[in-house]
Every structure is written in C-alpha cells, then in structure tokens.
Ligand binder design. Structure first.
Ligand code: SPD
Length: 379
C-alpha cells in the first residue's frame, strides 16, 4: 500500500506541468515561489556570470539583453547563425559552450531526437502562461517538453511597389526565366535548405515536405536554372538591401519585409515602398523556439533568461523591434497601435491564408533536402 501511494505521488509529480525535468536534465525540479510580477523568485546564488546565446542574426532587440544584464547581473554573449542546419552542425559536435538556442519547429524535433536538448523545467518558466495556447503543444514538440515559442511568421516575397506597381502574386517572379532576366542580380533567395527548395516545390504545385526523388530532381533543375540570375542566397542583410533598393524583390521571412518597410532600430531606416506577398501557390508558416542545450554549462540561468523573454512587456518590445509575430498573447495588447493594427489586418495568417500555408516537418526522409541543397550550392 505504502509503495502504491509512493508510485502515485511520483506519477502525479512526473505529469504535473511543473515537474517535467528528467534525470538527464541538469536542473532539478524545484518548488519555486512567484514574485509579484509573476516571475519566479530567482535564486541569485545559482546564477552564472555569463550566458551564451546562439541565435539567428538580427533576432533580438539589443536593449533586451542589456536589461537582462542590468536586472540579474548576467552578461549575455550572443553569437549568430543563418540557418537551423548551420546551428545544429555546430552543436552536434558537442561542447559548443552555448546555453540557449533558437531552433525552428522541425529543427526542435531533429534536436531532441538526437539528444541535443534538455527537457525544460516548467517550474522555472511560469511566464509560459502568457503564450497563445494555439501555439503550444504543437506537432514538433508535444507538451513543449523541449521548447517554448519565441517568434513566428511566414515566408513569402518582399517587393518594391515602384518596380512591381501591379503587386506580386506568384513564385513565378522568382523562378520564371523570362521574368527574372529583367532584374538579374537584383534579387535573392533565402540561404536555407528547407526554405528555398520548399518555395520551388510550392511553385511546382507540390507540398514543401515532398521528398519524392522525381520532384526533388525537378526542384534541383529549377534552382540551378535560377542561380545565374540571383544576387546570392541570402538570409542576412536582405531587409537592408531591399530598403536601399539594391534589391527589387527577395524571398524573405515576413519580419524581413517589415524591417525593410519600417527600418531596424538605429541600424537602418525603412522604405515604405517595400511590401510583402504570400504567393498564390502557398508557402511556409514557421515558429522559432527557445531551447536549452544538453551540454549547457548554465542551465539554471538559461531558464531564468527564457522566462524573462516570455514577460509580456519584454516580448512586446522584442516583437515591435523585429517585426515578427509574437506568440505571447499578453504581449500583443502592449504593442503600439501601428503594429497592433497588423494583428487585426490579417498580418498573422487569416483562415484564407492558412489554407495556402504549410509547416515544415522532419522525418526520416527529409535529410534529402540537405543533399539537394549541397548539390545546388556546389553547382
Ligand atoms: N533574422 C532572423 C530570422 C529567423 C527566421 N527563422 C525562420 C526559419 C523558418 N524556416
């Protein structure tokens, strides 16, 4: 009887929202008090002096890192990457020294399947309650065992309305040889093994998760034919090049179009001629997430940092600066009116757009995209 009771207590603990850390995780589940603003009461004696954040480029308001340092005395050293695959290759080698990473949906699955992430200690993440429930417990990480939402968006085409006065509605502006010859060297595609083959697949009327070898061959040919017309594969300074009119159009993540339109902090000013379109053939919807590496030297501090980023006022300042969509429902109310309007004007995908959007999945066949991408880039 005593044993059964013990078993029941253990089971209840294991399944409670705030007890999900396994023995493999370095942070023990602890009962933590909440402060008046809903944050955990942080045990400052457990904080590291420095935290190592491996993040996409141009993907955090720098003032937020400064605020974290001011409040907790922890210096955040950030290094940036351009694709999930670059980031995974780096951490897969082990002992990268990084604590927190920002994998997209399908990449979360890749990473926990390979044992690269720890299970999160939800006791240390009370600000999870601010997240939109629709964006929790998703297909790529059931129960958010390994990841919490950071930003989300869609992939499509940013264009300059002076060069395309009738707008843009099809991927053909990036793939049709007759059209792209007119603006040779003035456009880019994302430097990304899922995004660019995914866009080509949608243009060909296929799913962006299609790994049929015949279809992938057609994608490869299409991308190789496009290459001589491109400025480059570029996931880095695209917004800036759009804003300065060096590019007339580009394959982008939605926030890049917003940055080109509105500017990015003190880095560059915006150009209101830049608009964004989701092509009629459809495109990708995605979400980037915060996760802690299995070999993180500072897992406790990493939880405190992630919880800080989920405070509604912090998430709002970050989303306003970056132009991506915030999955933090309580942050949306805090956004300035101009941005809030975008949330009611179909900028987050409305049901009609959702029909044309697809999430990237990872399965045993999707490594084919890495091979295809290596072939295309090496040609
Ligand atoms: N500049 C940072 C952009 C991050 C975008 N991540 C989206 C990945 C979708 N596959």
């Amino acid at each position: 009887m005593k044993h059964r009771l013990l078993l029941l207590v253990l089971l209840l603990f294991a399944f409670s929202a705030c007890g999900g850390t396994t023995a493999s995780a370095p942070v023990a589940p602890t009962a933590t008090a909440e402060s008046s603003n809903g944050d955990v009461v942080v045990d400052t004696s457990k904080l590291a002096k420095e935290l190592f954040f491996y993040n996409w480029s141009e993907y955090i308001n720098p003032a937020i890192l400064a605020d974290f340092e001011k409040e907790y005395g922890v210096k955040v050293t950030m290094t940036t990457y351009m694709s999930n695959e670059d980031m995974i290759a780096k951490v897969r080698a082990g002992n990268s020294g990084y604590d927190v990473v920002v994998p997209s949906d399908y990449a979360v699955t890749t990473m926990f399947t390979e044992g690269l992430l720890i299970k999160l200690n939800k006791c240390l993440l009370p600000n999870l309650k601010h997240m939109d429930p629709i964006l929790l417990d998703t297909y790529f990480d059931r129960g958010n065992a390994y990841s919490v939402p950071y930003m989300y968006g869609i992939s499509g085409i940013a264009y300059n309305k002076r060069d395309f006065p009738n707008g843009v509605d099809s991927w053909s502006v990036l793939f049709d040889p007759a059209q792209i010859a007119r603006y040779k060297g003035k456009f880019s595609m994302l430097d990304d093994p899922r995004e660019t083959p995914g866009a080509a697949l949608r243009y060909l009327g296929k799913s962006l998760n299609d790994t049929n070898p015949v279809d992938l061959k057609a994608v490869q040919e299409l991308l190789i034919a496009q290459k001589p017309f491109l400025d480059s594969y570029n996931s880095d300074n695209v917004s800036h090049k759009l804003a300065t009119r060096e590019y007339v159009l580009a394959h982008v993540w939605s926030g890049m179009a917003m940055q080109a339109h509105n500017g990015l902090g003190s880095q560059f000013s915006g150009n209101t001629d830049i608009l964004f379109a989701l092509p009629k053939e459809g495109g990708m919807i995605w979400m980037d997430n915060l996760s802690i590496l299995r070999d993180s030297p500072n897992a406790y501090t990493a939880h405190v940092f992630i919880n800080f980023l989920m405070r509604p006022e912090i998430a709002a300042r970050n989303a306003e600066y970056l132009g991506y969509l915030s999955p933090n429902k309580d942050s949306v109310a805090l956004l300035p009116q101009s941005i809030k309007e975008l949330y009611t004007a179909g900028f987050p995908p409305d049901p009609e757009m959702m029909k044309r959007l697809e999430w990237a999945v990872r399965d045993e066949k999707t490594d084919a995209f890495n091979n295809l991408w290596a072939e295309v880039k090496g040609t």
